[in-house]
Design a protein around this ligand. Structure first.
Ligand SMILES: *Cc1c(COP(=O)(O)O)cnc(C)c1O
Length: 382
């Protein structure tokens, strides 16, 4: 079915093809060239990230993180069950056992108060996912990581241009806090390159090795800097870096980051204002932004009381040519992991899985269309 209002529409700023053709004309279109460096420098300078390395996806960046923290078979990694499959898969590929914990009752992000109970002698890392670009309780998570000597890998796939404020008032960009962090530039995210991602290495102990893993296990990067006179196979690795064609596309997006963010947050606020009374009358939860977090306009969602009520809203929108979607099927109950899950009950994960609905959210969503969606939802009797 074709929808008049799709769920997502990739936004082109207008300069993408121009920069791609520039990259092609320079004659260097493999990775780690001019546009890769421009993007990496932009991220570092804008957000204060540690070492930035573009990757072909957030999935790849997560796989690099799992290699860097040296996950061995049997190591345990704590993360929410309510997340995209790659958050877990990257660690499972290295033999990790995933210990899934539940979401918060007022936010689908993981409940930091449940982490300590899940820590054992085998725990190696905590992977907080900043759901909808809204920060997890990073103060608590970092304190636990320090106390138990664990690594923190922020899955910041949805969290570009969002911040966390520590109890002492220090405000830091998401992706600067964990030892490592990963971002996605998939076409469904705020800033896009089709497929694309980035690994942020904040802990200096990982910086040299990250470059090697990125370059197929070779010391090619130090060779090009003239630090070694031959390059060869020095570690494990894979082909994680994107071509200059992808980076050139991303650069066009980054030049327009502020405009994109302002527009998305406007749409988000229009939804919020237009739906809050109807939501209150119908027992629907609106997105919650804790005082320590910011909103980056990544996603607008509603949480219904049950699946039937959600289905009514989906049907109403669909009958007017509007696509709304839900996600994630709880990973602890997935066909692949249900027999491996430790049996922990995760009722809120299942609640979000059954009751959360995402509304269309993209740069070109017009005010008229946003208002049409609001009006139709206000007509839904639950
Ligand atoms: C989108 C997403 C990913 C995967 O990103 P890709 O770039 O498509 O690999 C991982 N984790 C979360 C939370 C995501 O939203």
């Amino acid at each position: 079915m074709n929808y008049d209002i799709p769920f997502n529409k990739p936004f082109l700023t207008g300069k993408e093809v121009h920069y791609i053709s520039d990259a092609v004309q320079t004659g260097k279109i493999s990775g780690n060239g001019k546009y890769t460096k421009k993007c990496q420098d932009f991220f570092k300078n804008t957000y204060g990230f540690g070492k930035c390395m573009l990757t072909t996806s957030c999935t790849d960046a997560l796989e690099m993180a799992a290699i860097l923290i040296n996950i061995q078979p049997g190591d345990e990694v704590i993360m929410p069950s309510y997340t995209f499959v790659s958050t877990a898969n990257a660690f499972v590929l290295r033999g990790a056992k995933i210990v899934f914990i539940d979401s918060q009752n007022n936010h689908p992000g993981m409940d930091a108060d449940l982490i300590e109970d899940a820590i054992t002698g085998k725990t190696k890392a905590i992977v907080p996912v900043h759901y909808a670009g809204v920060a997890c309780n990073m103060d608590k998570i970092m304190a636990l990581a320090n106390a138990y000597n664990l690594f923190v890998v922020e899955d910041a796939a949805q969290a570009i241009d969002s911040y966390y404020t520590f109890p002492d008032g220090t405000k830091k960009a998401l992706g600067t806090i964990g030892h490592l962090a990963t971002f996605s530039f998939h076409e469904t995210k705020n800033i896009i390159s089709g497929e694309g991602g980035m690994l942020v290495v904040n802990d200096p102990q990982f910086m040299d090795r990250a470059e090697i893993i990125w370059e197929k296990g070779t010391n090619r990067s130090s060779f090009f800097r003239g630090e070694v006179d031959k390059y060869g196979w020095v570690d494990v690795g894979s082909s994680f870096l994107p071509s200059e064609i992808i980076s050139a596309f991303l650069w066009a997006q980054l030049e327009n980051l502020e405009t994109i963010q302002t527009k998305r947050i406007q749409i988000w606020q229009t939804y919020y204002e237009g739906l809050k009374d109807w939501a209150a009358q119908n027992n629907i939860s609106m997105p919650h932004i804790p005082t320590y977090a910011t909103n980056n306009g990544h996603m607008f969602y509603l949480v219904f009381k049950n699946t039937t009520k959600r289905a009514k809203a989906i049907e109403k929108l669909k009958s007017h040519g509007i696509l709304s979607v839900f996600h994630y099927l709880s990973l602890h109950e997935s066909p692949f992991y249900k027999n491996k899950h430790d049996g922990r009950q995760l009722p809120l994960t299942n609640h979000y899985s059954n009751c959360l609905l995402r509304l269309p959210m993209y740069y070109e969503l017009s005010v008229a269309d946003t208002n049409k969606i609001i009006k139709l939802l206000n007509e839904v009797q639950l």
